[in-house]
Structures are given as C-alpha cells and as structure tokens.
Ligand binder design. Structure first.
Ligand SMILES: Nc1nc2c(ncn2[C@@H]2O[C@H](COP(=O)(O)OP(=O)(O)O)[C@@H](O)[C@H]2O)c(=O)[nH]1
Ligand SMILES: [Mg+2]
Length: 500
C-alpha cells in the first residue's frame, strides 16, 4: 500500500467505527468509497493522502446564517435547551461556532485549530482555503472558528453551526469564503432576517451576498428563510402584512424558491399586551417553529441520501466526465505531438539536406559524402546515423512533454469549471508518461478492472438507496433513525407553555 494510504485507511476505519453507532446503513458505503478510491488511484485521479470519502461531509449539518443580531444564537440556545451561545446586541460571539454533541456533562469550547486539523469536522483544512482568499489570515484560524460540545440530546447525530455578525468588517473576504463553504456542506441552511429591519433597503451587504449565493443553486430546498423577532411588529397590528412585505422584498431580489417562516423567540420576546393579538402571534410562531424544528430533525435522513448521492455522483463523474475529459485531452495531445514531430523532425531533415547540398555531398540524386567513400564498413556512418536517431528521439520526447504542458492550463480551467472531484490533470499527466504510446485512446489505469469496479459501486448505490427507502418508508424497520421523529410533535405545546 501507498505509505500515505495508511493515514487515509486509519481515517476510514475511524469513520466506520463512528457510523457503526450512529448510522449503520451508511457503514457499507465506506467500503464502496474505498473501491472508488482504488480506481481513482490507478487512474491518477487521486494522489497521496486523499480519499473521496474524506472529501464529503459525513455528518448532518445545519447552519444558521443571517445578519448580526437577528437572533441566531438565541434561536440555537432555545433549540438545544441551554444557553450555550452568548447573545446580545453587540457582536459577542463573533466566530463561526461548530456545535456538536458530547456525552460529557459540561459544555466545552475548543479553538479553531481543533476544527482545522480534524477531518471529522466540516472545517478540515479550512485555513488553507482562507489563505487562498486572504493572505496571512489562514494562520489566524482561531479568530474565525471555534468548536463547542454540549450534552444536549437535541444535538445527537447532527452538527449545528452558528455564524457571526460580519457586516462591514475587516475579515469580510475570509468570512464570506467560510460562509460559502458552509452553504455547500450544509444539509439545511436557516437564513435569519430581523423583523426590526426587514426591508431590502436596510438589508446589509452580507444578506445580499447570502441571497445571491442561494438563488442560483439547484439545492434551494435546503434553505429556510426565517423572519425572526416578529414580536416587535405587534404594535403594527397586522403581522401578515409585515411578513408579506418582507417576502415581497425578497422576491424583488430574485428569491422565490425556498420556504418562508416568521417566528420569534419566546424567551427574548417583548410582551404582547393585547390578548387576541398575542394568541395570533403565538399560533403563527408555534406552527412555523414546529415546522422548522422538524426540518432540523429530518436532516439526519436527508444526510443518508446525500452520502449515497455523493457516492453515485463521484462514480458517475469518473466515468462520464473525468474519463472523457482526459481522453479528449489525450486526443489533442496526440495531434500536437504529431504536428510538433513533423515540424521539428522535418525541419531538421530539411536543414541536413540543405547542409549536405551545400557541402557537395550529392552527385545528382546520389548521396556521396566523402566519409561514405569507403562504404559502410567504417564506424563513422554508423555513428552519424545513431546520432541522428538519438536526436530524433530526444526531439520526440521533448515534443511530448511540451505538448502535454501546453494543454495543462486549458485542462485545469475545464476541470474547475466542471467542478470535478479528484484530479483529472494528474491523470492526464500519468497518461502522457514517456512509456505510454501517443496513440492510446484510454487514460492510463482505465482498464477492464477499473470499469468493473466502477460498475460494482454503481450497482451498490442502488442497493443502498433501496435500503434507505425501506427504512424510511417502513416505520417498523426504522427504530434508530426515526427515533427522533416522535419528539417533534410534542414540541409545539412545550414551546407554548414556556411563553405563558
Ligand atoms: N424581541 C425579540 N428579541 C430577540 C429575539 N431573538 C433574539 N432577540 C434579542 O436580540 C438580540 C440579538 O440576539 P442574538 O441571538 O445575539 O443575535 P445573533 O447576532 O443573530 O446571534 C439579543 O438581545 C436577543 O435577546 C426575538 O425573537 N424577539
Ligand atoms: Mg450570535
């Protein structure tokens, strides 16, 4: 095994141990990822310390985004039932906080490096990403991230990310980069708006960024848009109007998909004096809050499908995108090599011809240089012929190398615009190694074995999906994963009680 393979293997085993307890259905998918890795290593799509399995998030992730002071931290505290996150009208917890479950009775906070260097968490090697967009900021990872563990049962099997308020802020680029990263990884994104400033005019920069990022996605279903603190609109008499105006404002920004909610926090709300009005507000809030909470519970199920989906997509991407990309690059490479060979070798031969004519080596059409007078029995003609062959070979390999390099930039661009996982550029380079004939159409490592293994992975994904369907559509078979479900219907009355 590749020496770096051990690190990955240890990581995959760690993942398996974790899944054994947390979600056994997903356990066998790790084996399929191993198979994919093997194919990709053969192709050169993966190198060194890499695995497709560690490139996808394995935990169900819920992120809470939105403007500063919209009530994100208060919402989380209420959800998990402890005041883990500080809240207030100043930017008190101005970091991204990854909140996850731990059996330990007391809550713990760990610095950002803990997240940056642990592949089990969603910010693994985030400092490199930050460094790319903001020089020097990568090493200040602790300024952006922290990890908190908490024994709340609500956190079991999921991770919640609280985000800072970051309007007009020196760390803006890095913060937005992290936000984009979080959105990509999340199974559910709650975007918080503040009913105290619901209008687009007051919509800060960051919120515009959030909306721009979310409207053009194909996974808009995972976004919930939440107008929070609607208790503050009670004086305005008609909450429906406020909500409608807010929704209209979002629509004007192009946001039409996704679900819209209006809530307020029972603990932080200002009292509503008018009894009838208060009841109307509470009813609206309880319905919406219950729906938001149950979406948060379902994330675990969605995560299972997401993982299998990622497995299938990775396998299909190799077959349907990476291989064709590499093959077509190889085709172009072949043409350039042939052209380069023709030009350079032809040029050399032409130069030799002209030289020999000038040197008087030709008598009519007969090649008769002085050094060939004594026939082919002397070493000199052979030495010269061998020299010529060597020069031609050197030219050919130099041309191969130059032609391959000339294609890299375009290939990199294609790869990044297609968003392909793995490294097709590396695979292409492997396929252009000196011992590979330029006439081979298939990339190196794309033989019968790889094709069969890829087919096996695709067949396995069908089986996984069926297993998941059986589990989630047949309640009797879903003791562990659906255990969280019955909890949500009980939530609404509980919330209402707290408010009385
Ligand atoms: N009236 C009212 N105040 C709220 C509500 N939610 C949060 N707050 C208050 O708004 C302030 C900011 O809340 P916080 O959770 O820190 O906002 P964050 O910056 O989004 O995390 C705090 O003083 C909260 O008590 C709500 O639903 N209604
Ligand atoms: Mg906060």
């Amino acid at each position: 095994m590749h020496p770096a393979g051990k690190v990955i293997e240890a990581r995959l085993q760690h993942l398996e141990t974790h899944l054994e307890q947390e979600n056994p259905i997903l356990l066998s998918t790790v084996q399929s990822f191993r198979q994919l890795d093997a194919v990709a290593f053969r192709l050169g799509l993966l190198e060194g310390d890499n695995s497709f399995a560690t490139q996808i998030p394995w935990w169900p992730l819920i992120s809470i985004l939105g403007t500063f002071s919209a009530g994100k931290s208060t919402f989380i505290n209420h959800y998990i039932g402890t005041s883990l996150q500080r809240s207030g009208n100043q930017a008190v917890d101005d970091k991204f906080t990854v909140i996850c479950y731990s059996k330990e009775a007391t809550a713990h906070a760990l610095p950002g490096v803990a997240l940056d260097s642990d592949p089990r968490f969603p910010f693994y090697q985030m400092s490199d990403e930050i460094e790319k967009v903001a020089k020097g900021e990568g090493e200040r990872i602790d300024a952006y991230l922290q990890l908190k563990t908490c024994p709340s049962e609500k956190l079991r099997g999921k991770i919640i990310i609280d985000s800072p308020g970051f309007d007009a802020d020196a760390q803006r680029t890095s913060t937005l980069r992290i936000t984009d990263h979080i959105i990509d990884l999340s199974d559910l994104v709650l975007v918080f708006f503040d009913a105290r400033h619901p209008e687009p005019g007051a919509m800060q920069d960051t919120l515009s960024h959030l909306i721009e990022r979310t409207i053009h996605r194909n996974d808009t279903g995972k976004f919930l848009y939440i107008l929070n603190q609607i208790d503050t609109t009670a004086r305005e008499n008609n909450p429906e109007d406020v909500i409608a105006a807010w929704q209209r404002a979002l629509g004007e920004r192009g946001l039409t998909a996704g679900r819209f909610y209006a809530i307020y926090n029972p603990d932080a709300a200002v009292p509503i004096e008018d009894e009838a009005l208060r009841q109307r507000y509470e009813t609206k809030r309880d319905i919406d809050l219950k729906e938001i909470h149950s979406r948060m519970e379902e994330v675990e199920i969605e995560r299972a499908y997401r993982i299998v989906g990622a497995l299938e997509k990775t396998a299909r991407d190799i077959e349907e995108r990476s291989i064709p990309l590499i093959s077509s690059a190889l085709g172009r490479w072949k043409k350039r090599v042939l052209l380069g060979d023709a030009l350079l070798m032809g040029g050399l031969l032409l130069a030799l011809l002209i030289f020999s004519v000038n040197a008087g080596y030709w008598q009519g059409f007969k090649f008769a240089p002085p050094w060939l007078e004594s026939g082919v029995n002397t070493p000199l003609p052979w030495v010269l012929a061998a020299l010529l062959v060597i020069v031609l070979i050197v030219i050919h390999f130099a041309v191969r190398l130059a032609a391959a390099r000339s294609l890299l930039k375009g290939l990199r661009k294609q790869v990044s615009s297609a968003g392909i996982k793995g490294n097709p550029v590396g695979a292409f380079l492997r396929s252009t190694k000196p011992w590979r004939s330029i006439f081979r159409k298939n990339p190196a490592g794309w033989g019968r074995k790889s094709k069969r293994e890829l087919r096996e992975v695709l067949q396995a994904t069908d089986t996984y999906i069926q297993t998941l369907n059986d589990r989630f559509t047949n309640p009797s078979g879903s003791e562990t994963l659906l255990a969280a479900e019955p909890a949500s219907p009980a939530e609404a009355p509980q919330v209402a009680e707290e408010n009385v």
